[in-house]
Design a protein around this ligand. Structure first.
Ligand SMILES: Nc1ncnc2c1ncn2[C@@H]1O[C@H](COP(=O)(O)OP(=O)(O)O)[C@@H](O)[C@H]1O
Ligand SMILES: O=C(O)C1=C[C@@H](OP(=O)(O)O)[C@@H](O)[C@H](O)C1
Ligand SMILES: [Mg+2]
Length: 169
């Protein structure tokens, strides 16, 4: 564990399982849980897709960066949004808060999971395809990851146990 605050920060593509696995991991490791997408929604008073529609994807990324930089938690599992890695300052803050765990999933697996792309509030330019987004972002997730878990073919409980055993070492 890289940090006395004992937070585990999950990063990865939309559909990677950050929100799903985050809750399971919190329960498995006796931590609290926070999903920063929900904090953004509470701050804005609307769903992420509405923020994108009304203010644009760059503004959603800016709001997300702001929420992440103001995050002040201890002994939590933090599920971030897939676009968290666009803010260098936010990622620096998250690294100070805890251990950054990248949930790595193949494009093929993600495409089978994310069937509601247009309603998910993705913070990307309108013309960017999911595959292009994957190519652009993979190097960012890898840049910030302190622990990487290959998730294809594993169920959420198995992935949570793998994270638990790695951070317990
Ligand atoms: N390891 C997994 N195997 C199969 N399906 C998964 C796995 N992890 C998540 N899912 C499914 O993928 C979808 C996206 O998961 P979610 O936790 O919302 O991802 P994220 O928060 O990273 O965008 C959900 O329907 C969830 O049930
Ligand atoms: O990757 C993205 O552009 C986004 C992913 C979403 O979270 P999930 O990764 O939990 O789906 C959410 O933060 C927002 O809609 C933007
Ligand atoms: Mg999520």
């Amino acid at each position: 564990m890289s940090n006395a605050l004992k937070n585990l920060i999950l990063i990865g593509m939309p559909g990677a399982g950050k929100s799903t696995i985050g809750v399971i991991l919190a329960k498995q490791t006796a931590r609290d849980f926070v999903d920063t997408d929900l904090l953004i929604q509470l701050k804005e008073g609307c769903c992420l897709q509405e923020t994108v529609n009304e203010k644009g994807y760059l503004e959603l990324r800016r709001i997300e960066g702001d929420v992440l930089q103001n995050l002040d938690v201890e002994n939590h599992v933090v599920a971030t949004g897939g676009s968290a890695v666009y803010s260098e300052a936010a990622m620096k803050h998250l690294k100070e808060l805890g251990t950054i765990v990248y949930l790595k999933v193949s494009l093929q697996e993600l495409e089978s999971r994310v069937t509601n792309e247009a309603q998910r509030g993705l913070a990307r330019p309108a013309e960017q395809t999911f595959a292009q987004m994957y190519d652009e972002r993979c190097e960012l997730y890898e840049r910030y990851a302190q622990v990487t878990i290959k998730c294809d073919g594993k169920c959420p409980e198995q992935i949570a146990s793998e994270v638990d055993s790695i951070i317990a070492d």
